[in-house]
Design a protein around this ligand. Structure first.
Ligand code: NAD
Length: 256
């Protein structure tokens, strides 16, 4: 379905980003990976799916590095047809104790990076009259949780950016939508499981159950593969007129 298209997925050396990159590659899209840590393993996993893969290590907190990454993607594959703004970090603390440097980093990586990549991707998408921008927001783009001020503010911002991007391009073949997962068991969430286990003297399994019990009626984690399939749907012809939605995949979190 996506043969000949190029997808750039930020923060795709791990977790949800890697899952989405794999789902898009299975549909035939060439992939530009980004993120910290080991890139060779993820690159090999994508190449094994029979598509071309490239990697750029831009730090998504820096506009100049995002500009270099977008130029690299255009040089390598011609243009970016599908942009998945996924890179994100978390920090948990009450507002009065929240480190200012962590606030700035979360706003930069979780929110401003999506603005920068979007503004740089749009001209080529509009010229081709086809494009897909998929923003990884979160259930925290729709509701709040204590001790996550920067994350919740950034993710609400991502949902707003999604709506404006969709509206500004509503008469074109470029769509923009957000995905709002509940709990997904990636390294980002495992850190929160570990913190809960340590604070409450629980085993890893007990801490995971406790985390789910607080918010997620299904008592199940959403998987990166399931989120990848939602991204594939947004890229399909059936998604042509899906514009500006914030689509939750949250085990019933926000149905309560
Ligand atoms: P993760 O920690 O597994 O992966 C995050 C990715 O972002 C990694 O590849 C990492 O290297 C990259 N990254 C971090 N800082 C970066 C930077 N400055 N520049 C470039 N890359 C950077 O996390 P995840 O759970 O897969 O999260 C992916 C996205 O999904 C995030 O936006 C997160 O907020 C969102 N999300 C996650 C959950 C969840 O339960 N895990 C729920 C809702 C939303």
């Amino acid at each position: 379905m996506l043969q000949g298209k190029t997808a750039l997925v930020t923060g795709s050396t791990s977790g949800i980003g890697l899952g989405i990159a794999k789902s898009l590659a299975k549909q035939g899209a060439n992939i530009v990976l980004n993120g910290f840590g080991d890139a060779e393993g993820p690159k090999a996993e994508i190449a094994a799916l029979g598509v071309k893969v490239a990697y750029h290590g831009a730090d998504m907190s820096k506009a100049s590095e995002i500009e270099a990454m977008m130029a690299f993607a255009a040089d390598t594959f011609g243009r970016v047809d599908i942009l998945v703004n996924n890179a994100g970090i978390q920090h948990v603390a009450k507002i009065e104790d929240f480190p200012v440097e962590r606030w700035d980093a979360i706003i930069a990586i979780n929110l401003s990076s999506a603005f920068h990549a979007t503004r740089l991707a749009l001209p080529a998408m509009k010229a081709a009259n086809w494009g897909r921008i998929i923003n990884l927001a979160s259930i925290h783009g729709l509701v709040g949780s204590a001790e996550k001020s920067a994350y919740v503010a950034a993710k609400h911002g991502v949902v707003g950016l999604t709506k404006v991007t969709a509206l500004e391009n509503a008469t074109t073949g470029v769509t923009c939508n957000a995905i709002c997962p509940g709990w997904v068991l990636t390294p980002l969430v495992q850190k929160q499981v570990d913190a809960k286990a340590a604070a409450m003297g629980l085993s890893n399994e007990e801490a995971k159950k406790q985390l789910l019990q607080e918010k997620e009626p299904s008592m199940q984690f959403t998987t990166p593969e399931e989120l990848g399939e939602l991204a594939v749907f947004f890229c399909s012809a059936a998604g042509n007129n899906v514009r500006g939605v914030a689509w939750n995949m949250d085990g019933g979190w926000t149905a309560q």
